[in-house]
Design a protein around this ligand. Sequence first.
Ligand SMILES: Nc1nc2c(c(=O)[nH]1)N[C@H]1C(S)=C(S)[C@@H](COP(=O)(O)O)O[C@H]1N2
Ligand SMILES: [Mo]
Length: 166
Amino acid sequence: MSLLSSASGTTTVRPGAFVVWGDVATPTTLTVADLRAGWTRHRAEVVFDCATAGPQRHVFEGPLLREVVAGAGPAFDPARRKERSRFLLAVNDTDGHHAVLSWAEVDADFGDAPVLLATRMDGADLDAAGTHLVVPSDRCGARYVSGVTGVWIGRHRPIGASSSEA
Ligand SMILES: Nc1nc2c(c(=O)[nH]1)N[C@H]1C(S)=C(S)[C@@H](COP(=O)(O)O)O[C@H]1N2
Ligand SMILES: [Mo]
């Protein structure tokens, strides 16, 4: 309960930490140190365009978003591709910036995008600032959410779906 209220912004997640929540077996609070210790680190040299500031170049290191989210136990059968393709991800900071992705975008059987939750940016650790969403396939920088405090995963619930389907 407190995890959910933290992630939705009604209480404060402690500095540098974020909550993985939504349709998961185990809502989990993680720090950048947890990300460093718990998953294989990947590296991404990226250039993205900011509508106001122009091209930005950064080097990020950190685990794959999909592996971190998988650790919380998303409520799908990992063997069923059609079931996984219904899931959405939403990543937010504390100040109202947020970005939505589809699970299929990052799933190895679908888009396989190497989206990271960075522990380092340009050689500096992000423990104090919080993890940074890295979407190397994006041309625009808007989904490079810095200071992430929440990662939500949930199933799309179509209008009119019965409760057993929802
Ligand atoms: N938390 C947060 N992250 C954010 C934004 C924001 O407003 N808040 N803006 C995004 C946009 S529009 C861009 S272009 C990049 C800019 O990244 P940089 O200036 O740090 O290179 O950050 C992205 N991440
Ligand atoms: Mo931007």
